[in-house]
Design a protein around this ligand. Structure first.
Ligand SMILES: Cc1cc2nc3c(=O)[nH]c(=O)nc-3n(C[C@H](O)[C@H](O)[C@H](O)COP(=O)(O)OP(=O)(O)OC[C@H]3O[C@@H](n4cnc5c(N)ncnc54)[C@H](O)[C@@H]3O)c2cc1C
Length: 412
């Protein structure tokens, strides 16, 4: 019998990991309570952000906090009712933003991002989903000369890893202006980033590929993990135990709930984002239009095959807190201001990025049980890093991954 592996969590990280392991010949079972894809993995902006090599735990981010606050028109929301969650997280973020830790984190993230696009190419090729990956690049635009001057300078002097920023050409500026009520003062184009064109189709196809590789998908929620003689075992909501040679926790923002009772330090927070999306005709927004970041508004607009989506916000919430409808109102306000073809009855969505204070994922092997592994905490880059994470988990289980700086022990 091939070794059995239980992957907890069917978001992008769990699914990419499960596909990698099934391809290695492991008998892989993916478990998730949701049949229909609902988590952050399926509501994100679809952007393969290879350029974001600087972890958000940085001095620059901290300096920008005041102007980014939601009540001042920015995207950062710190709900007072969730203070017991975001205050300890913020203190850890401050510590992770120290220059030495920032530089270490950047080196790690840069390496991961360098492999992000090649890993997506391999995963989509192997799972028959290559048509959903578009190495389209993306635009960053500004609406005033002042913000354009500052933003351009910052991006053009930044380390963008394998991606490359260039000035938008006159015909590109004209096109962007025609799509946005002439709001564009200036723009850059990023070469080397990309997008997934249909996240729902990606979910379906990756699940199908997993089944074709001999894997199984089970609907259910793991309530807890316990350890018996050094071996982890999962328990379903009704208490039924599930034995597996290997267990991988890839439950996004809920991963801490499973790992903390075992003694792991998991300072994860729900970092919520919101989007609105409506169907779109190609004459209103071309199908091959790359994602557009409206940097003055901290909003990204992505043309999916299914519609046009505007996404934004960084809301540090307690788990289970009700969504804040004013965030959707703000997105509609931006859309109206810019004249974007997203309708008033656009579908609203919100979901949680799984974020650790140093803005690096946790990928590693538990020191509590010999068969327990984890992959979560991919913050703003979970889509970008899903395929490379799957490959790393495969190497980790084969013991061929060079020692990683992404172990949870960094939080002790
Ligand atoms: C508005 C927004 C825009 C974003 N845009 C981008 C982008 O453009 N590019 C990018 O790279 N990233 C983006 N992200 C981030 C990205 O979506 C996340 O990092 C990524 O989805 C995390 O994937 P995940 O699989 O770890 O978590 P999730 O997608 O949250 O999946 C976790 C899964 O685990 C399951 N689960 C939880 N608990 C249990 C349990 N006890 N038992 C079994 N299953 C369980 C859940 O049901 C869920 O399906 C964005 C996020 C948001 C919110």
């Amino acid at each position: 019998m091939p070794p059995s592996t239980l992957v907890i969590g069917g978001g992008l990280i769990g699914l990419a990991t499960a596909c990698s392991l099934a391809r290695d010949g492991r008998s892989t079972c993916l478990i998730d309570p949701d049949i229909a894809p609902r988590g952050a993995s399926w509501g994100n902006a679809g952007h393969i952000a290879t350029e974001q090599v600087a972890p958000l735990a940085s001095r620059a981010t901290i300096r920008s906090f005041p102007r980014r606050l939601y009540w001042r028109g920015g995207a950062l929301s710190l709900p007072i009712g969730s203070l017991p969650h975001w205050l300890p997280f913020s203190l850890r973020l401050l510590s992770a933003a120290r220059p030495v830790r920032f530089e270490q984190g950047k080196a790690v993230l840069k390496n991961l991002l360098a492999e992000a696009m090649p890993a997506w190419e391999r995963l989509t090729r192997d799972t028959g989903t290559a048509h959903l990956l578009r190495p389209s690049g993306h635009y960053i635009i500004w609406e005033s000369e002042h913000s354009a001057a500052k933003g351009r300078e910052a991006w053009l002097s930044a380390d963008c890893g394998t991606a490359h920023m260039r000035n938008a050409r006159p015909n590109e500026l004209k096109h962007l202006s025609s799509l946005t009520k002439n709001c564009v003062a200036d723009a850059l184009f990023c070469e080397g980033s990309g997008q997934i064109t249909d996240l729902g189709a990606l979910a379906d196809k990756l699940r199908t590929a997993l089944l074709q590789l001999g894997g199984t998908i089970r609907q259910g929620r793991i309530r807890k993990l316990d350890i018996d003689h050094g071996k982890a075992r999962a328990r379903l909501s009704d208490g039924t135990p599930i034995e597996a040679d290997t267990i991988i926790v890839a439950a996004g923002a809920r991963s801490g709930d499973l790992l903390r009772p075992l003694g792991h330090h998991v300072p994860i927070i729900d970092e919520r984002g919101y989007h609105i999306e409506s169907p779109i005709n190609s004459d209103r927004w071309p199908e091959d239009m790359p994602p557009v970041v409206f940097e003055d508004r901290s909003m990204i607009v992505t043309r999916f095959l299914t519609g046009l989506r505007a996404a934004s916000f960084v809301e540090f919430s307690r788990p289970g807190a009700a969504p804040d409808p004013s965030k959707w109102g703000r997105l509609h306000h931006h859309v109206r201001d810019l004249g974007l073809p997203i309708e008033e009855d656009a579908k609203p969505w919100y979901g949680s990025r799984p974020t650790l204070p140093d803005y690096l994922p946790a990928i590693g092997k538990s020191d509590r049980a010999h068969n327990l592994f984890y992959a979560f905490g991919h913050q703003h880059l979970g889509l970008t890093l899903a395929a490379v994470t799957g490959e790393m988990m495969s190497m980790l289980l084969k013991d061929t991954l060079p020692s990683s700086a992404l172990s949870l022990t960094r939080f002790i």
